[in-house]
Design a protein. Structure first.
Lengths: 294, 205
């Protein structure tokens, strides 16, 4: 067996080991990237940056742990940004697994603001509604009557109680929500467009995994989405930009996730490309040798 | 026959026509009816979860009775009831045992399963992604350009980012729109067939 034949039949173990090393190294060594914000991400960033203090951002979590590395830091960065601009944040989930992850986002960001010396008040600055079954009908239901769709929050507090929950008490339907951002690893973004945008003209942005990017870019051109956060790269762009804002305004540095993760992803992508090139090189060399033999 | 086939078809026809019409009628009374119907759907969704859990438990218990994969079925049942009990007794708040188990057990398990895909993709790409003909070569080059352009490498190489954006915004977007329109028309056609009773697979064939 020639060298090229051996190379083309390289055992999986070595391919896996190589990938493991290139993925783990940047995470262990905490090698941070300094990404430059892409256009689609910039659209979302600028929209939230220009939201008036007191306006309402509704964040929906429709993803599970499998897409957590991409969407979790993205959601945290968006929530930090909104709160820095005085925007009130409401969270909900259309997915059972997303419920616990959404709660983790809200809890982590609230703790970060507390550590930074700017504690937030639950019910006034942010509210977590939790999971509601019904998918499209929940999205449609918010447009009809918010309190009927979500009579209580995740912890069982009445959403219409003006004393303990002033934030949700003033939300009646989409007219009182300035932006919806859907973090999703499924097709829920299209459902938000169909029901919330088409019927109620609600402004919508979405945060998705990189493999879904091609499905949603068309909605930016048509104006149905205000912007798109596409995969780990967008998460890193957003996280880096908001970290700078937090350092400047609160003198606090939030823990980096996506800015470290994107280095691991870039290294893994380069490794993948290298493997494809090596695989093709072996393929052509074997073909050349076979032609010579004939 | 009436209750198993005719009545469901009449209900689907009536509710389908009403549901589709209300979407296009902006009158407040129509909107109010649509709100009520959407709240009904949410309530029906809750019953669907109940049905799913009941069916799952029955399946696990049946497997246990037959002695089929006892350990796995037992673990699934204990996890199901254990988590439900923990949530009911200790609550589901940020510092609850329920949330801690979710974050520290469910999340790493689920993420690990999915991360294996990255290894399979790399191995499969190494073995199967070959430039055997013109089409495969084009696909290979395009994939490499898009991967590089969309990553942090594209941040410093403007030409690469511009090329990647052109690929995504022109040829890719054109085919994607075609597919989306096709899927949309297909969904409308299927919905009309269900409402009119032509398509009856939803009743179990």
């Amino acid at each position: 067996m020639s060298f090229w034949e051996k190379l083309s039949k390289l055992p999986r173990f070595w391919i896996y080991l190589g990938l493991l090393i290139v993925m783990i190294l940047p995470i262990v060594l905490k090698i941070k990237a300094h990404p430059k914000m892409g256009l689609e991400t910039r659209l979302v960033y600028d929209y939230i940056d220009h939201m008036k203090p007191g306006s309402v951002l509704l964040m929906n979590f429709t993803y599970g742990p499998s897409s957590m590395p991409e969407l979790h830091p993205m959601a945290k960065a968006v929530m930090r940004h909104a709160l820095l601009r005085g925007v009130k944040v409401v969270g909900m989930s259309l997915n059972i697994e997303g419920t616990g992850l959404g709660l983790d986002v809200f809890n982590s960001v609230a703790n970060e603001f507390k550590e930074a010396g700017h504690p937030l008040q639950y019910g006034k600055d942010y509210v977590y509604l939790g999971y509601k079954t019904g998918y499209a009908m929940v999205i449609r239901g918010i447009g009809g009557d918010f309190h009927e769709t979500f009579p209580v929050d995740y912890f069982g507090h009445s959403t219409s109680d003006e004393e303990t929950m002033p934030l949700t008490a003033r939300i009646h339907n989409y007219d009182d929500i300035d932006l919806v951002i859907d973090f999703s690893a499924s097709g829920s973004g299209a459902t938000w467009i169909t029901y919330a945008y088409q019927q109620f003209n609600q402004k919508i942005a979405i945060g998705i995994t990189a493999v879904m990017g091609a499905d949603y870019q068309q909605y930016i051109r048509t104006g149905q989405l205000v912007g798109l956060l596409n995969g780990m790269k967008a998460a890193a762009d957003y996280e880096a930009a908001v970290a700078k804002l937090m350092e400047k305004e609160l003198h606090y540095t939030p823990p980096p996730y996506a800015t470290v993760g994107i280095t691991a992803v870039t290294w893994a992508q380069l490794y993948l490309i290298l493997m494809v090139i090596v695989g093709n090189l072996a393929f052509f060399m074997i073909r050349k040798q076979q032609r010579r033999r004939r | 026959m009436f209750f198993s086939r005719t009545l469901p078809m009449i209900l689907v026809f009536v509710m389908g026509v009403i549901g589709a019409s209300l979407y296009f009628i902006p009158h407040p009374s129509a909107q109010s009816l649509e709100n009520t119907l959407s709240q009904w759907s949410i309530a029906i969704g809750s019953f669907a979860i109940f049905l799913a859990i009941t069916s799952l438990i029955r399946r696990y218990i049946n497997n246990l009775k037959r002695g089929k994969e006892v350990v796995y079925n037992l673990v699934a049942l204990i996890s199901l009831f254990g988590m439900a009990l923990l949530g009911l007794i200790g609550g589901t708040g940020p510092n609850s045992v329920f949330q801690k188990i979710f974050i520290n057990v469910q999340v790493p398990l689920d993420a690990t399963m999915f991360s294996l895909l990255g290894f399979y993709v790399t191995s499969a790409a190494y073995r199967a992604f070959r430039a055997r003909n013109v089409e495969a070569t084009l696909l290979l080059i395009t994939a490499i350009l898009v991967i590089l352009g969309i990553s942090t490498i594209g941040d410093s190489q403007t030409w690469l980012r511009n090329l990647q954006e052109w690929i995504m915004n022109v040829p890719n977007l054109a085919q994607k729109r075609g597919i989306t329109i096709g899927v949309g028309l297909g969904m409308i056609a299927t919905s009309v067939k269900i409402i009119l009773g032509i398509e009856r697979n939803w009743m179990g064939g």
